[in-house]
Ligand binder design. Structure first.
Ligand code: BMA
Length: 363
């Protein structure tokens, strides 16, 4: 006899009214944990090293012949009604990239480096009291709600070929244990952070009735489970658990440090996610300019290999900035780690687009 399932106890997204495709995505992400780790890239379809907005182009595709499985995009400046985001990607182009990626069975995740609503400066302006100011009763709560409305409108505009809403993993207030963003470590209390999280999710889900989202909580590097969970909003409020990690130190010592740190944190993340029935992911990673020709198989793979995580998202191939400085985290054609990246690509447990399909992700 079919007993009715209590959704609170069952394995579902935190949004009890999530769309069919969103629920399917949630279950498929869990299923795929047994198959491998999906490889992701921020702004993959928008630009790469030495190019911008070439239809169909992608640095990952140029090197491997395949697209990533996960596509990250960024909402920063949407809150200001700007037509282009913080990294100069026009929002109407982004909508097109997201639709393309979705139709081929790619997973979409969005980050948001939103400005500081109290000072009007950037996300990197950690003015004291900013979080408190946007909570209900705070002087900037109305402004914050108007920003959430813009994000909501954009998300609602993401539709597939049958007018269905495109599911998105929304990665809010990332790297919350670092001190660089206004929502960061010393700039709000755990209570304030949790309230901000609850308010934001409630606003999008219950006030704006958006039901195409999975919500990702993600820290920067962390030292213990307690550290990771210090401001955790609770299992009722999060679908995906992750952290961000970058290799900063070059050479063998830097490599060892990265493997050890990533491996240690992934072990803790695996345990926390398993206990809470959540989806673990490496929500952002990179080694700037990948100066080590075998970094993919000798460093990253060693850190990832024993872990069941849903995806690993490499940060953006911004290329050469006006300052002359280059920012990229994946090889492009001719880059020193290109060959090794192909070797990494061929690992059976590292999944790119050809390993997946619309059916295996959204049905
Ligand atoms: C940072 C850098 C910046 C970028 C920001 C938001 O890590 O890549 O260049 O503007 O992310 O995407």
């Amino acid at each position: 006899s079919a007993k009715s399932v209590n959704r609170k106890d069952a394995d579902f997204p935190i949004d009890a009214n999530a769309t069919k495709q969103t629920i399917n995505l949630y279950h498929n992400l869990k299923k795929l944990l047994n198959k491998g780790i999906m490889f992701g890239h921020q702004d993959d379809l928008a630009y790469g090293v030495g190019w911008k907005y070439v239809p169909g182009k992608s640095d990952v595709k140029e090197v491997t012949g395949d697209y990533p499985a996960v596509y990250g995009f960024e909402l920063g400046r949407l809150e200001l009604d700007h037509p282009v985001n913080i990294d100069s990607v026009p929002f109407d182009k982004m909508r097109g990239f997201i639709k393309t990626a979705y139709q081929r069975g790619g997973v979409i995740t969005l980050s948001w480096h939103l400005n500081n609503p109290l000072t009007g400066k950037t996300a990197w302006d950690p003015a004291p009291g900013t979080v408190a100011s946007i909570l209900p009763g705070g002087e900037k709560n109305d402004l914050y709600k108007s920003w959430l409305d813009k994000v909501a409108d954009f998300i609602v505009s993401l539709k597939g070929e049958h007018d269905e809403q495109i599911p998105v993993i929304l990665r809010l207030f990332h790297e919350l244990n670092g001190n660089w963003f206004w929502w960061g470590k010393d700039h709000c209390t755990p209570e304030e952070f949790k309230e901000l999280w609850h308010f934001t999710i409630s606003y999008l889900r219950d006030t704006r009735h958006i039901h195409q989202l999975l919500y990702a909580y993600n820290t920067d590097r962390f030292s213990s489970k307690e550290d990771y969970l210090l401001k955790y909003p609770g299992n009722e409020w999060v679908d995906v658990l992750g952290f961000d990690i970058y290799q900063r130190k070059k050479g063998p010592e830097g490599n060892e440090e990265f493997i050890h740190s990533a491996d240690t944190m992934l072990t803790m993340l695996d345990q926390i996610a398993f206990a809470g029935n959540k989806i673990p992911a490496l929500t952002e990673f990179g080694y700037g300019q990948v100066p080590d020709s075998t970094w993919w198989t000798q460093v990253l793979l060693k850190a990832l290999d024993h872990h069941k995580i849903s995806y690993a998202l490499a940060w953006r191939n911004a290329g050469f900035k006006p300052s002359g400085e280059a920012e990229y985290y994946l090889p492009y054609k001719g880059q020193v780690s290109q060959k090794d990246f192909i070797k990494f690509y061929k690992q059976p447990n590292i999944l790119f687009q050809k390993d997946l399909s619309y059916k295996s992700i959204y049905e």
